[in-house]
Ligand binder design. Structure first.
Ligand SMILES: [Zn+2]
Length: 195
């Protein structure tokens, strides 16, 4: 599914080696031959050499590993020691890193409302394209998030605070549409990878 705001920037299509469905390049993750002929993820799609593509989902990564679909596509010998859990952990870490950098970009470009009061104002003014609510936030923060056009649970109050160099933060609002769209999509995908 394409996210709002991405309709004008359609990326070329790729085929998932696991489910064989085609998807936009941005919606799949590139897999390359890693050290010692193992497989490595290339989430930014910048590594040289042949690449295979897979949906960043538990099901597709598991199928890819079980059927050695990536090795076939990359024309290398099948690996016996492939670990779907390790690849998924790598994927989660890459997504969390992307979320952090998007939040920092939003902060730098003054597109980030921080804390209940600022987020409440942004929501009231219709400026909040996305509200992120800490998973351990209290009832007041949750009800502000519920009033937003779009909201998602992410991280903890302490993690938000550490990221922004301040104390605990329970709410963040993104006032810039493109950053909000990519953040929402990444937070959603990361959510599907967590148990
Ligand atoms: Zn797939």
């Amino acid at each position: 599914m394409s996210t709002p705001g991405s309709t004008n920037t359609k990326s070329p299509e790729r085929t998932c080696v696991a489910c064989r469905l085609r998807g936009e390049r941005d919606e799949l993750v590139r897999v390359v031959v890693g050290p010692e002929q193992g497989l490595a993820l290339d989430p930014r799609a910048v590594k040289s050499g042949r690449g295979a593509w897979v949906h960043p989902t538990k099901a597709c990564v598991a199928t890819m590993v079980k059927r050695h679909a990536a090795e076939r596509s990359l024309k290398v010998e099948a690996r016996r020691d492939l670990d779907a859990g390790a690849l998924l952990a790598e994927l989660r870490a890459a997504m969390a890193q992307r979320i952090t950098s998007l939040l920092l970009v939003a902060s730098r470009t003054k597109s980030l409302a921080i804390g209940a009061e600022a987020v409440d104002t942004a929501v009231a003014k219709g400026q909040a394209h996305l509200v992120l609510v800490a998973k351990d936030a209290g009832g007041n923060a949750r009800s502000i998030a519920e009033g937003a056009r779009r909201s998602a649970p992410y991280a903890t109050k302490q993690e938000f605070g550490a990221l922004l160099g301040r104390g605990e933060v329970s709410l963040l609002a993104i006032r810039e549409a493109r950053i909000a769209a990519e953040l929402a999509a990444t937070v959603d995908r990361l959510g599907t990878l967590e148990d």
